[in-house]
Design a protein around this ligand. Structure first.
Ligand code: RB5
Length: 154
């Protein structure tokens, strides 16, 4: 599996730890930055990963900022992106089973590396359940299409 990962300065330490963990799990991990810990704006880095997932260039993405909230807001602006902010493994599991989440978001200032690894492990191992959840995701796509078409018209 190919996974794109990025963060802002508040998530750069956890990004390095999770990148190493992903590689140890045999994941082809594409690090889209940042490299250092200088202050950067999370929308710039959230967009990089969300664009790759939205275009289908990678199967999944991981985003980390201080709380995970900013990255979630940015990523979910893009068509086809289902970004889930998780701070424990149960939410990570449900985000795959019910929401078919394709971007995992975590807060680098909220959780430690061990918890983050457990979240990632669960998120990678859990399949989408489909069935009734497919119908619900279809409704989200309808909403997404409706409003993006309205924006295009105006
Ligand atoms: C950066 O200070 C912080 O605002 C950012 O990492 C994130 O928590 C935003 O949601």
């Amino acid at each position: 599996m190919i996974i794109a990962i990025a963060s802002d300065h508040a998530g750069v330490q956890l990004k390095a730890e999770i990148k190493e963990f992903l590689i140890s799990q045999g994941v082809d991990c594409r690090d889209l930055g940042p490299e250092g810990s200088s202050s950067v704006d999370y929308p710039d880095y959230g967009l990089k990963v969300a664009e790759m997932v939205s275009r289908g260039d990678v199967e999944r993405g991981v985003l980390i900022c201080g709380t995970g909230i900013g990255m979630s807001i940015v990523a979910n602006k893009l068509p086809g992106v289902r970004a889930a902010l998780c701070s424990e493994p149960v939410s990570a599991r449900m985000s795959r089973l019910h929401n078919n989440a394709n971007i995992l978001v975590m807060g680098g200032r909220m959780i430690g590396a061990v918890m983050a690894q457990e979240i990632v492990k669960t998120w990678l191992a859990t399949p989408f359940e489909g069935g009734r959840h497919e119908i619900r995701l279809g409704k989200i796509t309808v909403i997404e299409n409706k409003y993006s078409n309205e924006i295009k018209k105006s």
